[in-house]
Design a protein around this ligand. Structure first.
Ligand SMILES: *[C@@H]1O[C@H](CO)[C@@H](O)[C@H](O)[C@H]1NC(C)=O
Ligand SMILES: *[C@@H]1O[C@H](CO)[C@@H](O)[C@H](O)[C@H]1NC(C)=O
Length: 420
């Protein structure tokens, strides 16, 4: 055995474990790296003391979580978003909202009366019965829009209703949805933009991050070539129509289930999380008791939304386009009767479907349904409403505070309690 070859072997004896160790370290580093929460843009550095650099363009990575946009920047970043506010202002231009009008609104379940005064949010009155966590979610969202505002906001007093249906009378009420004939309602962003904890859909940013994570792992071509829908029947005709017309078709994965029954089964395969919907190329949407808050979550998937003709409007529905180069969803008849032809057609034109899905993500997840868009919308709502409404009084006739600061209300969830 020559000296040099034994030295070489000795070298290999040291080098091989070192190489294996480095590879292991690299592997650990890479796998750890993959465990980081995804690719959702970090907040941009904004110096409120400096005037905003106004740019025409929208940059998702830079702007998505910027809560500090000025009114002017909001207009530039979100053209067309505030259509519902302009409409509601127009309706009240000749007859402004009065205090007496707000006094006459019935205190039904989900009723909440509040006031913005000197950039602070106060709760004035609330119904005994809450609707899940919705009032809390909406108060938090309003509060966030106030405390992040780089510009002063007007003093206003308003009533919002957190029930699915909040119409039928002509007083000015803020609500999550309206039928097209319910023109006196002012549309506000849904409670889910803060969080929808009951079905474990979670906070809105969580929905966006999880959808983005699935879509970054699952290319369009790898998604299930099917239409997915899971939901409670709620004895709604339109849901039964969807299930019936889909029955027996290879492209359909459509089922009604009962939350209660499924929740009993430890490993239920039927309850899908919102991001699991993103694994399908096609996702069906139906209305619920009125609108269905599922829509804005599905709009986070790089998938094609197939919806029946909707009767209920939310603050962003006018941005949904059902034809042409900017098409971002597919609309079928109100009773789903033309769903089979529509699905055959979509399946036969995969590139077309991919384009519609991409437009869906570009329009909603990456633009009009970002936290910055929501915040802009709230502040536009405060400002628009103020132009056609009365200026509230801070004190009542006895000189007492009318409102309870929101900071205490969100902790106590009531207006009165015994000190202890
Ligand atoms: C709107 O239309 C629905 C059904 O078409 C009706 O039940 C309701 O009363 C109408 N509401 C208003 C405010 O006109
Ligand atoms: C759906 O199908 C079931 C079972 O065939 C039937 O009883 C029901 O009437 C159908 N519903 C509708 C709305 O067509």
């Amino acid at each position: 055995m020559s000296g040099s070859s034994s030295r070489r072997r000795l070298g290999l004896f040291y080098i091989t474990p070192a190489l294996i160790l480095s590879l292991l370290l690299l592997w650990f580093w890479i796998s750890r790296h993959h465990e980081q929460p995804v690719i959702y843009p970090p907040p941009r550095v904004v110096d409120p003391a400096k005037p905003e650099i106004v740019r025409e363009d929208w940059d998702f990575v830079r702007d998505a979580r910027n809560f500090l946009m000025t009114d002017r920047r909001c207009d530039e970043a979100f053209p067309g978003l505030f259509k519902e506010i302009d409409r509601a202002v127009e309706v009240r231009k000749e007859s402004h909202v009065t205090k007496k009008e707000l006094d006459s609104i019935k205190k039904v379940r989900g009723y909440m009366r509040a006031m913005i005064y000197d950039q602070q949010l106060y709760v004035l009155d609330a119904a005994e019965k809450h609707i899940n966590m919705r009032e809390q979610a909406t108060l938090h969202a309003i509060h966030r829009a106030i405390i992040t505002s780089p510009e002063p906001l007007p003093n206003i007093e308003f009533v919002f209703m957190s029930d699915d249906i909040a119409a039928g009378t002509s007083e000015a009420k803020w609500s999550y949805s309206r039928r097209s004939n319910e023109t006196s309602n002012w549309l506000m962003p849904d409670f889910g933009y803060w969080s929808w904890p009951e079905p474990k859909i979670g906070s809105y940013l969580e929905v966006q991050m999880k959808a983005t994570a699935i879509d970054s792992k699952l290319a369009w071509k790898k998604k299930q070539n099917k239409l997915i829908w899971r939901g409670a029947s709620l004895e709604l005709l339109v849901r039964e129509q969807l299930v019936n017309i889909s029955r027996g078709h290879e492209w359909a994965d459509v089922k009604i289930f009962s939350w209660e029954e499924e929740a009993e089964k430890p490993e239920s395969k039927e309850i899908l999380t919102m991001d699991q919907h993103c694994a399908y190329k096609y996702v069906a949407h139906t209305e619920g008791i009125s609108y269905s808050a599922r829509l804005q979550n599905l709009q986070n998937c790089n998938s094609v939304i197939v919806a029946h003709k909707l009767k209920w409007l939310q603050h962003h529905h006018h941005l949904m386009v059902s034809s042409g180069p900017d098409q971002n969803f597919v609309e079928v008849n109100a009773d789903f009767s033309n769903l089979p032809e529509t699905m055959e057609n979509l399946l036969a034109n995969d590139e077309e479907s991919e384009r519609i899905a991409r437009n869906n993500v570009k329009t909603f997840r990456e633009h009009y349904l970002t936290p910055s868009a929501e915040t802009c919308y709230w502040r536009k709502l405060f400002n628009g409403y103020a132009t056609v409404s009365f200026e509230p009084e801070f004190f009542d006739s006895k000189g007492k505070w009318r409102g309870l600061p929101v900071e205490s209300y969100v902790l106590e969830r009531q207006l009165n309690w015994k000190p202890h």
